[in-house]
Design a protein around this ligand. Structure first.
Ligand code: B12
Ligand code: SF4
Length: 490
């Protein structure tokens, strides 16, 4: 039995899926073959050639669901024997996607044991239709199974199978994502956590963290394998300050690689930031999200004051750790003036780099409902959201005044620049009145590149995207590391 995981844009270094890594590790642990493969028709079809029973397993967000379903449909046209299953953020909240042509099963929520049981059943020639967490289509009938409880102790899971990614890529990654825990207690309206809390109500403790020892075991391997930068992508890294204290002292002594993590302003204090600094934290990303307290409270449900945000920013800056702020523009109920307030609050926070996105109101989230109640959702909203790969350059909302909409979208392109150079404000106020154009987009791309440069570690890891693209375009596909060459037989 072979499980194949197609991944879109696999060649991009940041496209590593911790979910796939854990699922793959569980499968390999029990003797099944599991491989990541680029989401490419020819590659997948040639890999399927001569294989017996294959499960095509897609891990997908809303941004990539359409592309994944279409890819699957094309593959199945030639290989109807393949079993195609979907899991991840989008299928969890929209399991009725099992009705799509070519989809055999959809996993809701945590997938480790659900996937293992499914693969086992298929391997033994049993029907998977009664396995918890799965919506299974069998002979045209859909079987909807209940959720199992959340995994209580994350230490019982094997270490993520990162090799599945490294074997599938030609260029060794210099940095990698590590998840030390799962769950966030907050309910920001644009995020999926409030839905996850509802989905799993009564099914166990949502907030879980691996033991420090378990995380360090993974990190020791990463250090030996030559990774030079770690991206902790837990929703809120400082949620348990005692854990952070123990982790930080051991990390400094045993690992010492520079790293980044995500925090929330109300979980920042001098003690916890000092711990992170001691551990060698290179940069921290913190959500500011909106400058208007009204929007933060009523539309985003982020109960925190300007002072709290500014104090957290000051603590991080004082520690010498680089600060990156994250923001959302074009909020429902917001105006251009509100977005200028977001610029102003970020200027006061003085981050090293400030990123802003135009709101992606993903279906199912509370902010989508808020926008809908204001009549701002168009019929093909999701298509509009994903048309730019989830990186909105324009707003998918039906903002009534086209002039205002255009100005907000233009302001987005100048956002990072304004935070570095606030004196540009009067000029930008005039510029954003112009129609959107390539020059604005160029400014935006340059800001992203400069920003990534400013916040990357001295060796340039996580460095300018543009330079990477140029390198990828003009340099020959790079060599495999000796370890990987050996593993792939290259
Ligand atoms: C790491 C991460 C990334 C990484 C890796 C992507 C990935 N899918 O893992 C990168 C940087 C590429 C990324 C990009 C984006 N991301 Co992101 N990302 C995350 C983050 C912080 C952690 C994901 C993770 O590893 N979690 C831990 C693992 C264990 O959980 P998991 O991935 O959900 O997997 C479990 C189950 O879902 C299930 N499962 C997953 N896949 C499958 C497949 C099968 C077959 C089965 C059976 C089960 C199964 O089993 C897994 C183990 O229990 C989440 C937030 C979060 N806390 O989850 C956001 C999150 C997934 N991202 C999100 C978004 C919006 C994006 C972007 C669109 C952002 C942007 N504008 O660029 C892009 C999308 C591009 C893309 N490639 O999908 C949203 C998705 C919302 C949605 N409706 O789709 C999330 C949920 C953030 C949020 N709270 O709203 N992201
Ligand atoms: S704090 Fe972050 S992860 Fe938690 S609900 Fe809010 S946006 Fe989502």
């Amino acid at each position: 039995m072979l499980v194949l995981w197609p991944v879109h844009r696999l060649e991009e270094e940041h496209n590593q899926y911790p979910g796939i890594m854990t699922l793959s590790a569980v499968l390999k642990d029990r003797g099944f073959r599991s491989e990541v493969i680029a989401a490419n028709d020819e590659l997948i079809r040639s890999r399927l050639h001569g294989e017996g029973c294959v499960v095509l397993a897609f891990s997908t967000t809303s941004a990539l669901v359409k592309a994944s379903v279409e890819l699957n449909r094309r593959i199945k046209a030639h290989h109807p024997e393949v079993v195609s299953v979907f899991g991840g953020a989008h299928p969890t909240y929209f399991p009725d996607m099992v009705e799509e042509e070519g989809v055999d099963g959809v996993c809701v929520g945590e997938g480790e044991y659900a996937m293992l049981e499914l693969v086992r059943a298929l391997d033994e020639g049993r029907s998977p239709r009664n396995i918890e967490n799965w919506w299974i289509k069998e002979d045209g009938v859909i079987h909807k199974n209940p959720l199992r409880a959340l995994i209580e102790d994350l230490d019982q899971l094997p270490l993520p199978d990162r090799e599945a990614f490294t074997l599938a890529t030609s260029e060794p990654a210099s940095h990698t994502i590590v998840m030390t825990g799962r769950g966030c207690p907050y309910g920001c309206t644009y995020c999926y956590n409030h839905l996850y809390q509802k989905l799993y109500a009564g099914k166990g403790n949502l907030i879980r963290r691996r033991s420090v020892e378990h995380v360090l075991r993974e990190l020791r391997l990463l250090k030996d394998e030559g990774y030079r930068f770690i991206r902790f992508m837990d929703d809120l890294f400082t949620l348990q300050p005692d854990w952070v204290r123990e982790f930080s002292s051991r990390y400094a002594a045993e690992i010492g690689l520079p790293f980044t993590c995500l925090v929330r302003a109300n979980y920042v204090d001098r003690a916890v930031i000092a711990d992170l600094k001691r551990a060698g934290c290179h940069r921290i990303m913190m959500g500011v999200e909106a400058g208007s307290e009204r929007l933060r409270l009523e539309v985003l449900k982020r109960r925190m004051s300007d002072e709290q945000i500014l104090e957290a920013a000051q603590i991080i800056r004082d520690s010498g750790i680089k600060l990156v702020t994250a923001n959302i523009l074009a909020l429902p109920g917001g105006t251009l003036a509100d977005d200028w307030e977001t610029v102003d609050l970020n200027i006061r926070a003085r981050p090293d780099y400030s990123s802003a996105s135009i709101l992606n109101a993903f279906p199912g989230t509370e902010i989508h409902e808020i926008a809908q109640s204001m009549g701002l959702i168009q019929e093909d909203h999701l298509a509009a959201v994903v048309s730019e790969g989830g990186f909105g350059f324009t707003s998918a909302l039906k903002i009534a005044d086209p002039k205002e909409k255009r100005r907000i979208e233009n302001l987005h392109k100048f956002f990072p620049l304004l935070i570095w150079f606030p004196w540009l404000k009067p000029v930008v106020r005039q510029l954003i009145k112009l129609p959107p154009n390539r020059f604005f987009l160029f400014i935006y791309m340059m800001c992203i590149n400069l920003g990534t440069h400013l916040i990357s570690i001295p060796s340039g890891i996580g460095g300018p995207l543009l330079l990477k693209k140029i390198k990828r375009r003009f340099m020959p596909k790079s060599r495999l590391s000796p370890k990987r060459a050996e593993a792939t037989g290259a």
